[in-house]
Design a binder for this molecule. Sequence first.
Ligand code: AP5
Length: 213
Amino acid sequence: MIIVLLGPPGAGKGTQGERLAARLGIPKIATGDVLRAAVREGTPLGLEAKAAMDRGDLVPDAVIMGIMKEALASSTAARGAILDGVVRTTPQAEGLADTLATLGRTLDAVLLFEVDESELVRRLSGRTTCPVCQKPYLGRQPGERCSESCEGALVRRADDEPEAIRKRMAVYGAQTSPVIDWYQTHDAPIVRIDALGALDEVEGRVVSALRLS
Ligand code: AP5
């Protein structure tokens, strides 16, 4: 299965994407995670992406297309993949469609996570993230240990500062919202998910939207 996760910053794409990937036994490909790893390692990709990410801007489409193509062509994605935040502009949506056509694959679903803005700000302002495994937490402090076996020391993401949060919301409205229209006009299997509620409740909505239960 190839499933695209769309939605504003803090909507829970990463959290639910991880659960869905485990349930389906396929990898989650998150461009944000790939870029943060590159920033940590100081690679040329990381150096190019860091300033834009810290500000809350998007990195260039060409960079994302390279990551997307390499990940989808990899043997680990042979049975499918959950694409978390991989598509944020209409050129990226077009690029994904071309890549899938070249690989002889089809897009099975686009899940659009919907949450009101005040809840998004609450989640992002209170988020800490494990820099090792990328697991996000709400209500835990920087420096506390990750509950996963990596036991990383939790940090606040630079783009979870108030100014960057505002910027990310604005960028979502201007550049990513048009992707929803693009998928609708291209008859993509787009499903809206009410992403407000307990993690298990939201997961249940995802599972029933995909008819997995
Ligand atoms: P990325 O890391 O993908 O950031 P994002 O899209 O802004 O999404 P987030 O990770 O902030 O939120 P999420 O929806 O995954 O929510 P989460 O599950 O963490 O990208 C970062 C940057 O990389 C971009 O700004 C851009 O610069 C660059 N980039 C990446 N891809 C790109 C692309 N395709 N094109 C161009 N640039 C790109 O949940 C949020 C918090 O809420 C967590 O603390 C979580 O514990 C909590 N939470 C989750 N669900 C619930 C719930 N139901 N109830 C209560 N709390 C919840």
